[in-house]
Design a binder for this molecule. Structure first.
Ligand SMILES: NC(=O)c1ccc[n+]([C@@H]2O[C@H](COP(=O)([O-])OP(=O)(O)OC[C@H]3O[C@@H](n4cnc5c(N)ncnc54)[C@H](OP(=O)(O)O)[C@@H]3O)[C@@H](O)[C@H]2O)c1
Length: 271
């Protein structure tokens, strides 16, 4: 049985990974800064804070595989995604981890965006470590795009960079791929994975608006600069790697079937 630590286990990807790893026969240790008080099932939850190293040694005890999904896009990204990743790698090496899996994002080295620059640094830490590693780059998850659109949904007009190209993927399908790589042999840098269709933000917003039965006008806001230019020219997509099968329409129909939004953190059900 492979003993697998999932960092960021309460997050979008971590939540999708937990049941899949268990179903694939892994013994799963789930790490969070605030593990649930009454965890469901027989998962072993541990406390782990990558910014100061709290819980690192015990999280990595008797661990074969690490899937490092913890990230802080809105917080202190350098402290979590770069320094935290470095800390985790050092202890993982001492613990004799055989495969350190790092989920990453398609196009990060071609899009000058601060979070992506930290992710590139995180990848470099992973690749330069002495542990066998696996890096899996994915395109944006459906849930991420939906949350972005949720944030404009109440406005009378939706001001959006409508020409930006996105290839959204179902997080469950990303988790399936990662579980396949979560073996005792590492795979190095793997082929990127993306969803079944490449759509503009304008098209994504129209589907979102129709699914929710809303009528707000979508207004194109041209955002100058290299970052948006890179998104507009498809740097965040991987047209040769349409691995996902679940479409944006299907995902939204499921999301709004019950009239409810996706639920947060600990309450999240696997997708
Ligand atoms: N979202 C996307 O569209 C997307 C697309 C492609 C790739 N990815 C990559 O996939 C990975 C997972 O992304 P995600 O969207 O699932 O992230 P997420 O939902 O934001 O979850 C990240 C988790 O990291 C944990 N975390 C934050 N700060 C921490 C700290 N100081 N110490 C330990 N844990 C900490 C949090 O758990 P606690 O609060 O419980 O500690 C949180 O649940 C990331 O590497 C991301 O770059 C994401």
């Amino acid at each position: 049985m492979i003993r697998t630590l999932v960092t960021g286990a309460t997050g979008t990807l971590g939540t999708a990974l937990r049941p899949r790893l268990t179903a694939a026969g892994h013994t799963v240790r789930a790490a969070s800064r605030s593990p649930p008080q009454e965890p469901e099932g027989n998962l072993n939850w541990v406390e782990l804070d990558l910014t100061d190293g709290t819980g690192l040694e015990s999280a990595l005890e008797n661990t074969d595989v690490v899937i490092h999904t913890a990230t802080a896009p809105q917080g202190d990204t350098a402290a979590v995604d770069v320094e935290g990743t470095k800390r985790l790698l050092e202890v993982a090496e001492t613990a004799g981890v055989e495969n350190f899996l790092y989920p990453s994002i398609v196009g990060i080295d071609e899009i000058p965006f601060p979070y992506y620059e930290q992710k590139v640094s995180g990848e470099i830490e992973v690749e330069e470590s002495d542990i066998p590693t696996t890096i899996v780059r994915a395109t944006q998850f459906h849930t991420f795009i939906a949350e972005l659109l949720d944030s404009v949904a109440k406005l009378p007009l939706w001001p959006l960079p409508t020409n930006v190209q996105i290839q959204p993927i179902d997080v469950g399908e990303v988790a399936d791929v990662i579980v396949d790589y979560a073996m005792l042999t590492a795979s190095g840098r793997t082929d990127p994975i993306g969803g079944p269709n490449i759509l503009s933000i304008g098209e994504l917003a129209q589907v979102y608006r129709n699914t929710r039965g809303l009528r707000r006008p979508i207004i194109r806001v041209p955002i100058p600069g290299k970052t948006m230019a890179a998104f507009r020219t498809g740097r965040a997509t991987c047209p040769e790697q349409k691995i996902g099968t679940v479409t944006w329409e299907e995902r939204l129909a499921e999301r709004y079937a019950s009239g409810a939004n996706d639920t947060p953190a600990h309450a999240k059900s696997p997708t």
